[in-house]
Write a protein that binds this ligand. Structure first.
Ligand code: ATP
Ligand code: MG
Length: 563
């Protein structure tokens, strides 16, 4: 857990519109109090969109010496579960944020929220309605045609108090009655047309058990929960903009003293090639289109973590995309850029070959092992170095040899010379082919034993440096290569998002890595030189090391070509 790291607020970057709102409330030199909350509903695992909201809420509090609560908005027991509660806490902590002693549940406030509903009844601002959900919606009207009043709208206060209490006591059947606000049936804002405050639900709640059989609607619980916690800025996504009059109406009509929280909406994060709805992600999990919530192809925080994303990379991503007031779609390659940038600083480099062809060094002694020095991370001197074994038989990538290459091919070719990373110059003398298929099975080379470490004694140079592993000492690993989970940029555009699933989003191959990897632990990230960043998967056992490819290198095949 990294609770120390500050959201990197670059000095030069301008304030986002929420920071502007905070700063505009400055009195003299003193900034207003900032107290935010992150309010997930525990009905699924968190995704990258939630990560943005977490960074925004906790980040704003941190930057203004305020506080941020974690509050579970657990008003719908039907879909909620402790499994989700636990995973959400783990993910928020992992992202590097700390709610300290401020872990709350909307369900803790059920009694208070109930009492406030009674206040509204007494003020003739709420009534018990016997209409079914279908009847309510058929009578709502349209934005230009006012709704039809419920025949129960003018029940007396006494009758409403009696019925509401009996609703609470479980005297009525599921769905037979609701408590509704009495607002304005002609309002152009449909949410103001006598919205439902309470419904009867006979469901076991993960915290309150069977104590309640009526549950407040999200709208009636959220603002009041904010008020109870002393929230100053209630940040939510744009779809709640039309709910804001309701949010304010409740606090006002109950008669809650000032100061009251202020609701501020921002644009939710949308990413290309990604679905971000919890309902859809649940469907992918439940129908086994992916292997669980933490499948490395999922945009969930646990999926990204398993893929090899770091908390820093997600926080930097959130900071880079900023906070917008209008809907937009962010290119998923920006997310990939952020993890690449972070792992470039942190991940140790190792050599590994994913698509091997054997090289035999004909002038190298049999059964001899030469220990060569390799640097762990050129970006971080403190990472030190290690030894890698060089032997007579090696593997290189098939792509690093061409029998009839074009002119600008600087890797291995018949008669050509190439530098092996951290090792020697080798020259291709001839190739051995499978007589039936013509496939190259061995490349025979000689090495220049004076070129140890990659420098020749006569000053001769080559343009290509390729990676390799010792065939005798390499560790065979299971490598999981991921591609985008969806084929099109906006998988939610079509009729059925599942029709857009990419059938090739997971490819499992064997890879050959330097022996060092035997000591690697699940969760560690490495850069396989020239191939990309890989993370040791939790499925790893003593006999089977499993790697996930987090992300490729930007210009995979040209970077190491030297002058
Ligand atoms: P639903 O309410 O439909 O179950 P949700 O994605 O809104 O789904 P919540 O648990 O209510 O899930 O979300 C918690 C917080 O995260 C809310 O404040 C919500 O606005 C915010 N949030 C959810 N999705 C995104 C997103 N894509 N980008 C930014 N913030 C998001
Ligand atoms: Mg929500």
């Amino acid at each position: 857990m990294n609770t120390e790291s500050k959201l990197p607020l670059e000095e030069s970057r301008s304030l986002n519109f929420i920071e502007e709102i905070v700063e505009s409330a400055k009195v003299g030199d003193s900034l207003p109090r900032v107290h935010t909350r992150f309010p997930p509903e525990p009905n699924g695992y968190l995704h990258i969109g939630h990560a943005k909201s977490i960074c925004l809420n906790f980040g704003l509090a941190k930057n203004y010496n305020g506080k941020c609560n974690l509050r579970f908005d657990d008003t719908n027991p039907v879909a909620e579960d402790v499994e989700y509660v636990d995973s959400i806490m783990e993910d928020v902590r992992w992202l590097g944020f700390d709610w300290e002693d401020r872990l709350f549940y909307a369900s803790d406030y059920f009694q208070q929220i109930y009492d406030w509903a009674v206040v509204l009844i007494k003020k003739e601002k709420a009534y018990v309605c016997d209409l079914s959900a279908e009847e309510v919606s058929s009578m709502r009207g349209t934005p230009t045609i006012p709704g039809t009043p419920s025949p129960y709208r003018n029940r007396s206060v006494e009758e409403n108090l009696d019925l509401f209490e009996r609703m609470k006591n479980g005297e009525f059947a599921y769905g037979s009655k609701t408590l509704r606000a009495k607002i304005d049936l002609a309002s152009p804002n449909m949410h103001m047309r006598d919205t439902v405050l309470y419904r009867i639900l006979r469901a076991h709640h993960h915290r309150t058990g069977n104590k309640w059989c009526i549950y407040p609607m999200y709208d009636f619980a959220h603002g009041q929960s904010d008020y109870i916690e002393g929230i100053t800025h209630s940040i939510c996504t744009l779809e709640f903009e039309v709910h804001r009059p309701l949010y304010e109406w409740f606090l006002e009509s109950i008669g809650l003293p000032l100061p009251r929280p202020r609701q501020i909406e921002f644009a939710r994060l949308n990413l290309t090639y990604t679905v971000m709805s919890k309902r859809k992600l649940l469907e992918l999990v439940k129908s086994n289109y992916v292997n669980g919530w933490d499948d490395p192809r999922m945009p969930t925080i646990c999926g990204l973590r398993r893929r090899g994303y770091t908390p820093e990379s997600l926080r930097n991503f959130a900071e880079r995309i900023g906070v917008a007031k209008r809907e937009n779609v962010i290119d998923v390659s920006l997310l990939e850029f952020c993890v690449r940038e972070d792992l470039n600083k942190k991940a140790n480099r190792i050599l590994g070959v994913l698509n091997p062809v054997k090289v035999v060094i004909t002038n190298f002694p049999d059964n001899h092992v030469e220990e060569l020095d390799a640097i762990n991370n050129p970006e971080d001197a403190s990472a030190g170095g290690r030894k890698i074994p060089f032997t007579k038989e090696l593997y290189i990538e098939q792509e690093d040899f061409m029998e009839n290459p074009p002119k600008d091919y600087f890797r291995l070719r018949p008669g050509g010379e190439v530098r092996l990373r951290y090792a020697f110059y080798i020259k291709c003398e001839n190739v051995v082919k499978n007589p039936e298929t013509g496939e190259i099975i061995e490349i025979h080379c000689t090495y220049d034993k004076e070129s140890r470490g990659g420098k020749t004694t006569d000053g001769r140079k080559v343009k290509g440096t390729i990676h390799w592993v010792s065939a005798q000492n390499a560790v065979e690993c299971e490598v999981r290569l991921y591609d985008r989970l969806f084929k099109s940029e906006n998988p939610e555009d079509g009729q059925d998002f599942k029709a857009d699933l990419n059938p090739d989003s997971l490819k499992v191959i064997k890879g050959y890595l330097e022996p060092f990897v035997k000591n690697a632990k699940a969760g560690e990230s490495y850069q396989l030189e020239r191939l990309g960043y890989f993370n040791i998967d939790k499925d790893t056992t003593e006999n089977n090391i499993v790697l996930n490819r987090t992300v490729g290198l930007k210009d995979a095949w040209s970077k190491i070509v030297k002058k």
